[in-house]
Design a protein around this ligand. Sequence first.
Ligand code: ZN
Length: 340
Amino acid sequence: MLETTIAGSLPKPDWLAEPEKLWAPWRFEGEALWRAQCDAALVVLKEQENAGIDIVSDGEMFRQHFVHGVLQRIDGIDFERKTTIGIRADRYKAEVPTVTAALSRPGSIHGREVAFTRAQTTRKLKFTMPGPMTIVDTIADEHYGDRPALAMAFAEILNSEALELEALGVDVIQFDEPAFNVYMKEVGTWGIKALERAARGLKCKTAVHICYGYGIQANLDWKDTLGDEWAQYRETFPVLADSSIDQVSLECANSKVPLDLLALLGGKDVLVGVIDVATDQLETPEQVAGTIRAALAYVPAERLYPCTNCGMVPLGRELSLKKLHALGAGAAIVRAELEA
Ligand code: ZN
């Protein structure tokens, strides 16, 4: 009951990559980089265990960015051909690679990493990949000429990969779909179909993470335009409730998401964000417990998973670790109350 988990990323140690930075350059190359990433993964797995996190992840130590980690080993994408696009409905500009031919997956993308991390912990293991709609929104396309078709091509590749990772012993496969909060209409017309295609045939738990993004300035500015009540989820939750995806991860700590929207998720597991990743302020365990108790009004305890709002990669490492401990301790408080 109230098993804790994290949305995905954690800060990389400063000996592995430049700290507190998205797209931080690596400090190693080739086989030395691989060994350093393994060492970092081992450290963050242990840190999660110590903090009382029940469903752990590699903290995304093996990828530079949550989208482009998976893209690097897909054929049909030209990484030399950079195009500047306005992503998330032009919220920010990014220089992205370009799809120039039919997509294919020549071999395993994340298998080596997952085989390594699986062997390091007996806890349940979660693995995250970007969802098809978010990939389509973070890449330029000169081949397909149609966003739904491109999303479906990525979904097939993600699905082959996910089936392989499941066979390696992953317990939860999560697709990150921040784009679901931006293109609400398209979620219903093609986003959800592509997501379900990516998850087809998986017997492990499947999750989707939707969010209002990291605490970077462009996101903070965007949140300021959303008004006093963030109701984006009102459109997407009923679609997700009808879908084959098992779990939905969203931000609830310090957010203006009306918690009664959680009731729209029907019988889904809900990963309730109780740790704000957009502030240097540290939550107390009691504050975490308060957010969990508020969500319990709409989600039963056996389907509620206390979690972080989003990835913690841009945060300081010490702060992130303290936040993990607050998450574990806050969940323990409520668990004790429920068991009393
Ligand atoms: Zn997020």
